[in-house]
Design a protein around this ligand. Structure first.
Ligand code: C5P
Length: 201
């Protein structure tokens, strides 16, 4: 039986960690849809055409190294504004969402566009300052010179692009439950998310 958990929200709100843990808890499959846009963005940085890259995307592209860099994130958020790029990625996401055994998908438009019929929708958010600090702490491991001010600027720029774009802008679905993780640790956020999903089963 299919059961879809749609998790949307801005960059670095904790969606990925939460979605992975939620999928594990319920024994569901997990898809980080940001990786699809990152894989297209990475190809564009190598000179590909965005729409062609999206149409030709394969599972191998998602396993490519270096999809988590700031440059790729920036390129991803640019290609994500192109309607033809988004359209090329819809079928794959919908098929994943409706697979037998349940699925958790995280992204920006899962509850609004990809899976409006999802059984459970969460909008996971946190203040820009908290999100920037979390991203900065992660980044510092590989880049000791990373500046918090630069990361905050990146977070704000990406929010702005995701929220104001015409194609599938970032916004909570009307029937989504909002989970603000600004003052919540991962354990507390996960417990709240599990309780919410259980109410939809
Ligand atoms: O979530 P992540 O930071 O990996 O996503 C990279 C970029 O891909 C986002 O900034 C956003 O512009 C785009 N994206 C999107 N729709 C999704 C997932 C990601 O537009 N469902």
């Amino acid at each position: 039986m299919a059961f879809t958990v749609a998790i949307d929200g801005p960059a670095a709100a904790g969606k990925g960690t939460l979605s992975k843990a939620l999928a594990k808890h319920f024994g569901f499959a997990y898809l980080d849809t940001g990786l699809l846009y990152r894989a297209v963005g990475a190809k564009v940085l190598l000179g590909a055409d965005a729409i062609e890259a999206a149409q030709a995307l394969t599972a191998d592209d998602l396993a490519a190294i270096n999809l988590r860099t700031a440059d790729v994130a920036e390129a991803a958020s640019k290609v994500a504004a192109i309607p033809e790029v988004r359209a090329a990625l819809v079928d794959f996401q919908r098929a994943f969402a409706r697979r037998d055994g349940g699925a958790v998908l995280d992204g920006r438009d899962i509850g609004t566009v990809i899976c409006p019929e999802a059984e459970a929708k969460l909008f996971v958010t946190a203040s820009p300052e908290v999100r920037a600090e979390r991203r900065w702490l992660e980044l510092r491991v590989s880049d000791p010179d990373a500046s918090l001010a630069d990361v905050l600027e990146d977070v704000r720029a990406r929010d702005e692009r995701d929220i104001t774009r015409a194609a599938a802008p970032l916004k909570p679905a009307e029937d989504a439950e909002t989970l603000d993780t600004s003052d919540l640790g991962i354990e507390a956020a996960l417990a709240a998310a599990i309780r919410f999903v259980e109410t939809r089963m």
